[in-house]
Design a protein around this ligand. Structure first.
Ligand code: ZN
Length: 346
């Protein structure tokens, strides 16, 4: 990455309304079969164009070809029964009817590799590709086979590693593992979560990132955030361990969340994708708002390690809002880039 403060998004972007119901998680597709396949590709191309128009430097697929960041990956694995679901509490927060692990999990085929190759054909910009992390996958399923969250996570880590290596070979520059569960299950993070994450990233020749957040702006998450008090110190549990881990980049929430900025100090040395866009509010940040968050982060992060980003994915937001937030991110980063090159930031 040559430019200072390269911008990116944490993950998903809204889909066009002709492809899927807007402002809905797990939104059903509006097309079928061949039309769906073509529609997903068209949406991917549109998403790329919108990111580039907004001045986003590290582009992604905007998760246009997946219904959900965890379940779509799991749907492509063997050993999981999607028909006979069980009700379970996800991230200690909300109940959902989830698929059941009924036998050893396997990767039947590549999941996103063709989509990544398609994106690669359409841009020379660096590409970041998000995959679910092993712990977050485990937390989205009912396990009726392994009897151990750790063992199941270890199997998922090996499967993710295969997928990640093929994504890198298809031209992906950064593979990101999404681990919102790292903000909830601290004991598991310590005893096996980071080890499983490192297993998923083992031997990758591209850069690797982990995204840890307070979730999409859906009601269950905003209700949970109200219980966290005035200072959100969850990162304090995980960051000292991540600092020692073999992951290159940490992606986190910084804007409008109650995360004390000084916690960034705990992962000094890593590149930080600093969330400067609130995904839980439809209010569009101004470029100055973004610049303020980035300047605050610069107290604790070296300029060459600061990568401006969004707090989390923007899939549940109206498309016009997400587009405006992307533009604010691009413009806000440019303000601080200019200040840094002029030396006007102390
Ligand atoms: Zn997130």
């Amino acid at each position: 990455m040559t430019a200072l403060l390269p911008t990116s998004t944490a993950g998903s972007l809204p889909k066009p309304s002709w492809l899927a119901q807007p402002e809905t998680l797990w939104s059903p597709w509006k097309l079928d079969d061949g039309e769906l396949a073509e529609g997903k590709r068209d949406a991917l191309r549109l998403s790329l164009a919108e990111q580039q128009a907004a001045g986003i430097d590290i582009v992604s697929d905007g998760e246009q070809t997946r219904q959900h960041f965890v379940t779509t990956f799991i749907e492509n694995l063997g050993g999981v029964d999607f028909e006979n679901r069980r009700v379970m509490t996800i991230r200690d927060r909300y109940e959902a009817a989830v698929p059941v692990v009924v036998e050893a999990v396997t990767r039947k085929q590549a999941v996103f590799v063709e989509d990544a190759a398609f994106l690669r054909q359409h841009t020379d910009a660096p590409i970041k590709w998000a995959l679910p992390g092993p712990m977050t996958m485990v937390d989205t399923l009912y396990d009726a086979h392994y009897g151990s969250r750790r063992d199941l996570a270890w199997e998922f880590a090996a499967i993710l590693n295969q997928e990640a290596k093929e994504l890198a070979a298809a031209g992906v520059d950064i593979v990101q593992f999404d681990e919102p569960a790292f903000n909830v299950f601290f004991d598991d993070v310590k005893s096996w979560g980071i080890a499983a994450l490192e297993r998923a990233a083992e031997g990758l020749e591209c850069e690797t990132a982990v995204h840890i957040c307070y979730g999409y702006g859906i009601e269950a998450n905003t209700d949970w955030k109200k219980t966290l008090g005035s200072e959100w110190r969850q990162y304090e549990e995980t960051f000292p361990r991540l600092r020692e881990a073999s992951i290159d980049i940490v992606s986190l929430e910084c804007h409008n969340s109650h995360v004390p900025m000084e916690l960034l100090e705990l992962v000094r040395g890593k590149k930080l994708m600093v969330g400067a866009i609130d995904v839980a509010s439809p209010a569009v940040e101004t470029p100055q708002d973004v610049a303020t968050t980035l300047r605050n982060a610069l107290q604790f992060v070296d300029p060459d390690q600061l990568w401006p980003s969004t707090n989390c994915g923007m899939a549940p937001l109206p498309r016009t809002v997400a587009r405006a937030k992307l533009a604010a991110l691009g413009a806000g980063a440019e303000i601080v880039r200019r200040e840094l090159s002029e030396g006007s930031l102390g």
